[in-house]
Design a protein around this ligand. Structure first.
Ligand SMILES: [Zn+2]
Ligand SMILES: [Zn+2]
Length: 125
C-alpha cells in the first residue's frame, strides 16, 4: 500500500531496506498472510499461506502481484520483524480495511441498534 503523505515522517529512514529484507529475504517473495487479512481462506495454499507470489498473476484476479510490507499493529514506527508481514496487495488492502473499519463498525452498530429500536416500536405498536 502506498505510504500516505501524512504518514511518511513516521517511517524509519531505512524503511525501504527493512521492507526489502522482509519481503524477499524472509518471505522469499511470497505473501506471508495466513488468513490474518480476513479474506476467504480459499486464497491460502495447502500450507495455509497465501498463494500470491511477487510478480506473478494473483490468485483469483490474475492481476500482477505486488508484494508490500504490512505493519500488523498499523503503527509505521513499529518495525520489529514480528510486527511486519509481507503481504500481497489484496491481503494488505483487506487487512488495513478491517482496521479502518473499526470506527465505522462502531458507528454502524449504533445505527443498527437505533434502527432495531425503531423497528421494535413499529411492530409492537
Ligand atoms: Zn496475500
Ligand atoms: Zn490474506
Amino acid at each position: 500500500m502506498p505510504i500516505r503523505p501524512e504518514n511518511r515522517d513516521r517511517y524509519p529512514t531505512d524503511w525501504p531496506a527493512i521492507s526489502e529484507r522482509i519481503r524477499f529475504d524472509r518471505a522469499g517473495g511470497r505473501c506471508e498472510c495466513r488468513g490474518e487479512c480476513g479474506r476467504p481462506l480459499l486464497h491460502l495454499d495447502v500450507d495455509d499461506r497465501c498463494r500470491n507470489v511477487h510478480g506473478q498473476p494473483a490468485y483469483g484476479t490474475g492481476s500482477k502481484v505486488v508484494l508490500t510490507t504490512a505493519h500488523l499493529d498499523h503503527t509505521p514506527e513499529h518495525c520489529a520483524d514480528d510486527n511486519l508481514k509481507a503481504m500481497c496487495q489484496g491481503c494488505h488492502l483487506h487487512y488495513d480495511r478491517g482496521h479502518h473499519a473499526e470506527t465505522r463498525a462502531a458507528t454502524r452498530r449504533a445505527e443498527a441498534a437505533a434502527l432495531a429500536g425503531l423497528f421494535d416500536l413499529e411492530v409492537h405498536r
